[in-house]
Design a binder for this molecule. Structure first.
Ligand SMILES: Cc1ncc(COP(=O)(O)O)c(C=O)c1O
Length: 394
């Protein structure tokens, strides 16, 4: 079956954050929405089929995860990422961001330090800060237009109070798929200093060949025994609104402690459509994903080539995974305020302001290309006009 990713589907009026929060977040409901990280494509039909089928039953009582649900996760991770996961390692969580908060609550105290590697997905900073943990930045290094982890920097900043490192694997917003060596090095350092690693692998299924996602916990025994991995079908199959994330914890002691924490507030209780949707996507969504990735990759190539030909002052960091493109706008020589205004007020585009991703985000904007190509063409044409007008006027 061939899926039509060119289809323009109006999301306005569906309470989609991406469209229906434009007025409150950006002050203009009519911007082209290329911000929050979900896609404008219909999910694999098997997802809606499973939900409709179940909804027709008409009774929505308490629901437990089925054996088939667990099998679908184990098979998916085994075939996609060559990581053999045991069923008892898996627990539902009501979202990865919430999962980060749970880990901090469960394993750390108020004066403890959480290490992050900015620029990075903003809740990595916001959640620990709101939980009164101290966030320590180990900024990524920019080398030949790509991010690298600063392992020496990491070793230097570790203190006895450093208890958790949050790893974005693959990276958002830079799109890096970390290498086995990078992951092994992080595992060594964190194990030596007793720093628990949270590996957020929500973008893992979206790596583009030849890049291949490597689950952090799979690189060594030290990594497996000293980490909590978060995964989800939400980015992969565009089902973020269903909330179907899960944690994987090979270490029994960590797992028991975390399970007790979750169970003491029933936080690991999933819901009827989460289990169904995840299972349907994992069992029947692979062909959809292959085609979706192909489409996204073409969009990324289009953005890169368009910018090179028409707006060379803006450079795309070509991602190794996922549908987010990190745009280096520093050569426009604008203040961040003027840069944000150029995109929103002049070009009528809603992107993420690079500054929200922390240190190193200045001069950047993040563009979501999980949308029909026609939207991207329109967005880039708007941007080209806005940049030309700005430069003519200055
Ligand atoms: C790196 C990363 N982690 C987590 C999330 C959100 O996960 P959840 O919706 O399960 O909280 C996102 C969404 O953009 C993300 O990019």
């Amino acid at each position: 079956m061939t899926y039509n990713f060119d289809e323009i589907i109006d999301r306005k009026g569906t309470d989609a954050l991406k469209t229906d929060a434009l007025a409150t977040r950006y002050g203009n409901p009519d911007l082209i929405p290329l911000w929050v990280a979900d896609m404008d494509f219909k999910s694999p039909p098997a997802v809606a089929d499973a939900i409709i089928q179940r909804a027709k039953h008409g009774i929505f009582g308490y629901t437990c995860p089925s054996q088939e649900y667990y099998n679908s996760i184990i098979n998916w991770i085994g075939t996609q990422h060559e990581w053999k996961v045991k069923q008892e390692w898996i627990t539902f969580i009501p979202g990865i961001v919430k999962g980060i908060a749970f880990v901090l609550d469960c394993f750390t105290q108020k004066d403890h330090q959480v290490i992050i590697q900015p620029p990075v997905y903003h809740p990595f900073r916001i959640i620990p800060t709101m939980h009164k943990r101290t966030v320590i930045d180990n900024p990524l290094l920019l080398q030949a237009g790509q991010y690298k982890m600063d392992l020496d920097g990491l070793k230097r900043l570790i203190e006895p109070a450093s208890k958790v490192l949050i790893l974005c694997n693959p990276h958002n917003p830079g799109g890096r798929v970390w290498t086995r060596q990078e992951l092994t090095d992080i595992a060594e350092i964190c194990h030596e200093h007793k720093i628990l690693v949270i590996s957020d692998e929500i973008h893992s299924d979206l790596a583009f060949a030849p890049h291949k996602h490597i689950p952090f916990a799979s690189v060594s025994d030290k990594a497996a025994q000293n980490s909590i991995t978060f995964m989800a079908p939400s980015k992969t199959f565009n089902i973020a609104g269903i909330v179907s994330s899960y944690a994987i914890i090979p270490n029994e002691e960590l797992r028991d402690k975390f399970s007790h924490y979750l169970e003491s507030s029933e936080l690991s209780e999933g819901h009827i459509f989460a289990y169904l949707a995840a299972q349907a996507a994992y069992e029947y969504g692979n062909e959809w994903l292959v085609q979706a990735k192909d489409y996204i990759w073409k969009n990324i190539r289009f953005v890169d080539e368009y910018l090179k030909a028409n707006i060379p002052q803006i450079k795309a960091m070509v991602p190794e995974a996922s549908f987010l493109v990190w745009l280096d706008c520093k050569e426009l020589n604008l203040s961040q305020k003027d840069l944000v205004s150029l995109f929103a007020d002049d070009a009528k585009l809603a992107l993420n302001d690079g500054v929200m991703f922390g240190q190193g985000g200045e001069g950047y904007m993040r563009m979501n290309v999980g949308t029909p190509l026609a939207n991207i063409q329109k967005a880039l044409d708007n941007l080209k006009k806005a940049v030309n007008a700005k430069q003519t006027n200055s």
